[in-house]
Unconditional design. Structure first.
Length: 288
């Protein structure tokens, strides 16, 4: 026999006083199959709605099992979800969490609020969020109180050890623009050198108030400073084919042909990087 809908003989029939008393006496201890067996003509939603109206949920004492479930869910799920899972009101869930000492504002053990982490590491909140987003550190929403009308801001928590690692990585890197300025190299040239070495550029999403550079600029790319130093040390002593042509006052086609014949440069139209001493020795041999 269907439990809900027009096919149920109890559909639309009001609850009797005897049914309400029986429901209030067994609802706190019985599980769902027992409730459905005790009220064969009622659906699950009808039983739960009637129990809620009878305030059977609010009078339920907190058991050790409920406290353990609350400890597992607190800080990892929203208060409405916890209330639905434990079949309690949001106010009751928040009051019990504070009584158990689960942490202020739903901050689980081992985590700190992002705002507190920003103060501890000397950053403002927006800057630290940018660092965490760049490092791939995920923050967890923290809901510790019933949802209030008009509230748009939610607290977030994060593992302080992950914050420390992210800040250390951030400080060991620098923007492409600052690296080019430090070595007096154009950013397009530096970017080409990095691509030659297979170094991935980590893009940083600008936050409000950050100075925006021109399209394609290296202001929002962060690379480890050690990688930039190694690449500049390697490529800084070399010169491009165009630079060699200007220095030797030769046609690009002629110098490229000589380099290909000597096996110094492959047959490609790319602007190859060359050793000036090798180029000078080859040109001297050809002109002799």
């Amino acid at each position: 026999m269907p439990r809900g809908g027009l096919g149920n003989p109890a559909f639309g029939r009001p609850w009797t006083k005897e049914e309400e008393e029986r429901l209030a006496s067994i609802y706190l201890e019985a599980d769902l199959p027992s409730l459905l067996a005790a009220f064969p003509d009622r659906s699950e939603s009808s039983i739960r709605n009637r129990a809620y109206r009878l305030r059977a949920l609010k009078r339920a004492p907190w058991t050790e099992r409920d406290d353990n479930n609350l400890r597992m869910l607190w800080g990892y799920s929203t208060v409405p979800n916890i209330a639905r899972t434990l079949e309690r009101s949001e106010e009751s869930v928040c009051y019990r969490a504070r009584k158990l000492g689960l942490g202020s504002h739903g901050c689980p053990t081992g985590f700190v609020h992002v705002s507190k982490a920003a103060r501890d590491f000397g950053y403002n909140l927006i800057q630290l969020k940018q660092i965490l987003r760049w490092a791939g550190v995920r923050t967890l929403p923290s809901f510790s109180r019933p949802k209030r009308r008009g509230t748009k801001y939610h607290h977030h928590v994060v593992d302080p050890h992950l914050v420390k690692e992210a800040v250390e990585r951030w400080l060991s890197c620098e923007t492409l623009e600052s690296g080019c300025r430090r070595h007096n190299v154009g950013w397009s040239t530096m970017k080409r050198w990095l691509k030659e070495e297979g170094v991935e550029l980590s893009f940083v999403m600008p936050y409000p108030g950050l100075r925006r550079s021109k399209s394609g600029s290296g202001l929002h790319y962060r690379i480890p400073s050690s990688n930039i130093d190694k690449i500049v040390e390697k490529y800084g002593k070399l010169e491009s084919l165009n630079e060699a042509c200007r220095r030797l006052k030769m046609r690009r086609q002629t110098l490229a042909q000589w380099l290909r014949e000597a096996g110094v440069m492959p047959a490609t139209n790319r602007n190859w990087w060359l050793d000036p001493q090798t180029v000078d020795a080859l040109v001297a041999t050809k002109r002799a």
